[in-house]
Design a protein. Structure first.
Length: 359
């Protein structure tokens, strides 16, 4: 429950317990999938996100670019050329005795030689292209940066949701001795029910598919780049990838390790479930690669560009996906906060880099 959003004058209407107070920003298009939510509007008009996008497009249209700067310089030179040419034409025909044609021919020269077409065409084309790009979901913040894209050396893709569909599904379950798959899924789903991560949704969906009982978790906490944790039935449950095992110093039984190694070699993401420093089991989650990903990488290669991928998955999973798509370089097990640093590494040696996806 969001304590800060409830009206104080009607406290008896709400009977749900308040666990924590949160302050959230709700943007247009937000969907409340369950329950109800009372929202206080704090930004209207020029302060809204839509107005911000409009300002962004306007700033892009007003920003300078090398093409426009070159056109402006050429137009300035052509202006003086047109004036001088008109003056020479007028003087020649005037002193030739044909004063009527002197004015007509001078006007003709000025109209033809004047660089108004060059001066207007470039800004108009840029403004139209920027607007069309915005209508198709492409917001250009700086036209100069867009021009520099023709000199790119490396294109980096984020894996989940960009190269893959971002809607993974559980394809394997391995429970340690003393724990069955149903209990493992029940505990894992209880933790992941509070998470919005695609991998979390896959576990919750698998638990629902098996009609397993719903268990409520408490003290949920997302661990960026590592997983999530919460208390289920009084026990601290943590779910995450291989990094979790290193941080928790958990020993993996041989039978589970054999399965997880096979899953990873197939390009599947492996998630481990740990309860009080004791491993309960593991899941294999597979995210389908978009069919257009390989085609896009192939076309970039044909343009002479190298293609890289950044992901928080293990190196084994990342390498498997990279092999199937044709990725040249891989940065695996990268935390969200470290993506900027990973991009800078690709920029070493003066390389020009473009990032596609969640940066």
């Amino acid at each position: 429950m969001l304590q800060g959003l409830l009206p104080a004058e009607h406290p008896d209407i709400y009977h749900l317990p308040v666990v924590k107070e949160h302050r959230l920003g709700v943007i247009a298009g937000t969907v409340a999938s369950g329950g109800s939510l009372r929202v206080r509007v704090t930004a209207v008009g020029e302060q809204t996100a839509l107005s911000g996008i409009m300002r962004l497009v306007a700033a892009a249209q007003a920003s300078g670019s090398r093409t426009q700067a070159l056109a402006d310089r050429a137009a300035a030179i052509l202006f003086y050329v047109a004036v001088v040419s008109g003056a020479i034409t007028f003087i020649y025909w005037w002193f030739s005795g044909d004063k009527e044609h002197a004015l007509i021919r001078t006007a003709t020269v000025l109209i033809i030689a004047c660089p108004h077409a060059l001066g207007l065409a470039i800004p108009l084309v840029i403004a139209i292209s920027t607007s069309l790009g915005a209508q198709n979901g492409l917001l250009v913040k700086d036209r100069l940066a867009l021009e520099r894209a023709r000199n790119l050396d490396v294109v980096i893709f984020d894996k989940t949701g960009t190269l893959t569909r971002g809607s993974p599904a559980v394809s394997g379950v391995a429970a340690v001795a003393g724990t069955n798959e149903s209990d493992l899924l029940t505990h894992a789903a209880a933790v992941e029910a509070n998470s919005e991560h695609p991998l979390a949704k896959a576990i919750v969906a698998e638990a629902k598919r098996r009609n397993l009982p719903t268990v409520q978790a408490a003290d949920f906490e997302a661990l960026p780049g590592r997983g999530a944790q919460a208390r289920v039935n009084g026990k601290s449950i943590i779910i995450g990838g291989p990094r979790l095992l290193i941080e928790s110093k958990v020993v993996v039984p041989p039978e589970v390790e054999k399965l997880t190694t096979a899953w990873a070699s197939e390009g599947k993401t492996v998630l481990y479930v740990v309860a009080e420093t004791q491993l309960l089991g593991a899941f294999a989650v597979e995210d389908e690669i978009r069919p257009e990903s390989k085609e896009a990488v192939t076309e970039l290669h044909e343009l002479g560009l190298r293609v890289a991928m950044i992901t928080g998955d293990s190196k084994t999973v990342a390498d498997s996906v990279a092999r199937r798509i044709g990725i040249d370089e891989v940065a695996a097990e990268v935390l969200p906060a470290d993506k900027a640093s990973a991009v800078k590494r690709f920029q070493s040696g003066g390389k020009r880099v473009a990032m596609v996806g969640d940066a």
